[in-house]
Design a protein around this ligand. Structure first.
Ligand code: DP6
Length: 332
């Protein structure tokens, strides 16, 4: 063991306007801005300890040794940090999630946000939140947003910036105070058939709807910012649902198609439309997985969750706006 270890905690975020498409795969530079709310559920806790005993990083995820693609991504991310810190020691990383991995419940966002914070601290770097966001982005794009709490905007960065990496970071929307809740309906919690990284690449390369998707998303970010500033929950919900449905339509026209939504997901979507028709305002959003996240006013959350449980037979967890990534404590 070498020096102090570090422990950091970060929460997942749910994009109200989605990130889907990269203009630079290596630096993880997105094609568009995106906008999210950090949640107060399903945190990831990550402990990083440096060692001079090992020749490779050792990664334990929920008690199991990480291998393959995930281990490779974590080592590549730690290499970025080691290069910046001018250090060469390997790391022992232990990560605990409170949500099943790979099920489209944003574990990579909370995971890389917590790892960015714990690992920079362990390697003796102290980064401002915006710089940390830029770094977390290199692990997983959506992790850039989980550095901050509340409503967060991730700037794609100007494509003509001489150092494009400098321009792509997230920042909190300090004046957005909407009382928005999210009910996560757990349709399935197994690993997804296609990783979001692969699905994103495939969509960008093959979907005929991809250029339209980018144009619509750019407009949605502007409209969403305005709706948040007005605390206009109906417009926030409508834009979020339309953006998510557009995302899934775009993926479904990729070759071969990417289909994350299952018959149960579609039943939940119908239930949401039905609630709206009965005067209970709620809107759906879905990411790279079959789970449906339902947005509603804070005061309606328990009722919406109860109706969704009854209607779908699935577990439903209520989330509200959550905090940014924090360093927990130093351990020896
Ligand atoms: C559908 O951030 O997991 O959740 O940058 O390749 O690691 P990589 O992708 P990732 O993609 C998230 C996609 C999304 C939408 C979003 O969170 O904006």
């Amino acid at each position: 063991m070498l020096g102090d270890g570090a422990v950091a905690v970060a929460h997942p975020n749910i994009a109200l306007v989605k990130y889907w498409g990269k203009r630079d795969e290596r630096l993880i530079l997105p094609c568009t801005d995106s906008l999210s709310m950090t949640l107060d559920i399903f945190p990831t806790t990550t402990h990083v300890q440096l060692t001079d005993q090992n020749t490779q990083d050792a990664v334990l995820t929920d008690g199991a040794v990480a291998r393959g693609e995930m281990a490779r991504r974590i080592t590549a991310f730690l290499d970025v940090i080691r290069e910046r810190a001018g250090r060469t020691e390997r790391a022992m990383v232990e990560t605990r999630n409170t949500v099943p991995l790979g099920a489209g419940l944003a574990s990579s966002a909370s995971g890389f946000a917590a790892l960015a914070l714990a690992a920079t601290d362990a390697y003796g770097l102290s980064l401002e939140p915006v710089a940390l966001s830029r770094l977390a982005r290199r692990g997983s794009g959506s992790a850039a947003r989980s550095i901050f709490g509340g409503f967060v905007l991730w700037h794609s960065g100007a494509s003509d910036d001489p150092d494009p990496d400098l321009a792509s970071y997230a920042e909190p929307l300090a004046h957005a105070h909407l009382d928005l809740a999210l009910v996560a309906v757990l349709v399935e919690t197994g690993p997804k058939p296609v990783s979001s990284r692969e699905a994103m690449r495939r969509t960008a390369m093959t979907s005929p709807l991809f250029p339209d998707w980018l144009a619509t998303t750019r407009g949605d970010v502007t409209a969403m910012r305005e709706a948040l500033a007005r605390e206009d929950i109906a417009t926030v919900g409508e834009i979020a649902e339309r953006n998510a449905l557009g995302l899934h339509r775009t993926m479904e026209t990729a070759v071969p198609p990417v289909r994350y939504l299952t018959p149960t997901s579609h039943r939940v979507l119908e239930g949401v439309r039905d609630m709206r028709a009965r005067g209970l305002p709620a809107w759906a959003t879905m990411d790279a997985g079959p789970n449906v996240k339902v947005l509603c006013g804070g005061g309606d959350a328990q009722r919406v969750a109860g109706e969704l449980r009854k209607q779908s037979g699935c577990a439903a967890v209520v989330a509200r706006s959550g905090p940014g990534a924090v360093l927990r404590k130093k351990v020896r």
